[in-house]
Design a protein around this ligand. Structure first.
Ligand SMILES: [Zn+2]
Length: 231
């Protein structure tokens, strides 16, 4: 696995971001597209079935592709996978696809990056029922403090992007979250991950360097890396 260097800005979830010195990113690949982890030549990626691109006709094929991708060493997480009540197929199919991907995550011991839109009542019962050992990361979180606290109480991590961190209410929410649960991301938007770090460091009253160290530590925990594997 290609790992972040000390001092890197970690962009935990992105799509099609050009490599940049001092930035470590995890490229998200979607099972309905042509790309596989092999095409990334060792660059870290996640791979999963996005609920928007799922239907009854392609489910089996996409799940097969997730299983095939899961064994690559640069495939570091399953996802983005999850639920979307605003777009995508029936909740029943979304649930079936999500649970199948959780099984892959547990089998291959790789954590999960989650897309969840207005479907917490679907997501949380799955977590309760399957009791996963591998960590879950809620990407692009833009909910309320109480919801964030609930997710964190289940051992989940939360990732934020620019659209959220520039909102006035985000300062209060960010301060309410234990720093050992936070990640930051660009989600492929035309935004510099550094700017997200600057904003969040200011909100948390810490230096950008301390925020980098905090997120690097979270990275090691999320991927269950021992210090041996890290620079
Ligand atoms: Zn995404």
């Amino acid at each position: 696995m290609h790992l972040p260097l000390p001092g890197d800005f970690i962009d935990i979830h992105t799509h099609g971001t050009r490599p940049s010195v001092g930035v470590y990113n995890i490229e998200n690949l979607m099972a309905h597209e042509d790309r596989t982890p092999e095409d990334l030549h060792g660059h870290a990626c996640s791979f999963g079935i996005h609920p928007w691109n799922l239907n009854d006709g392609n489910y089996q094929l996409l799940l097969k592709r997730v299983n095939e991708a899961a064994g690559f060493s640069n495939l570091v997480a399953i996802g983005e996978a999850g639920f979307d009540k605003l777009k995508g197929p029936s909740v029943e199919l979304q649930c079936r696809a999500f649970e199948a991907q959780i099984t892959v995550s547990e089998d291959y011991e790789k954590p999960v990056v989650i897309h969840c839109v207005r479907a917490w009542d679907e997501l949380l019962p799955v977590h309760k029922r399957l009791k996963p050992v591998m960590p879950w990361l809620i990407h692009g979180f833009r909910g309320k403090k109480e919801l964030a606290a609930q997710l964190i109480s289940k051992g989940m991590y939360i990732s934020f992007w620019f659209d959220f961190v520039i909102r006035p209410e985000s300062t209060d929410l960010l301060k309410s979250i234990p720093t050992d649960r936070i990640f930051l991301e660009t989600d492929g938007a035309d935004i510099d991950i550094r700017d997200i770090y600057y904003k969040v460091a200011k909100d948390l009253d810490m230096s950008v360097n301390d925020l980098k160290l905090t997120i690097l530590k979270n990275f090691k925990c999320f991927f269950k890396l021992t210090n041996q594997g890290m620079p």
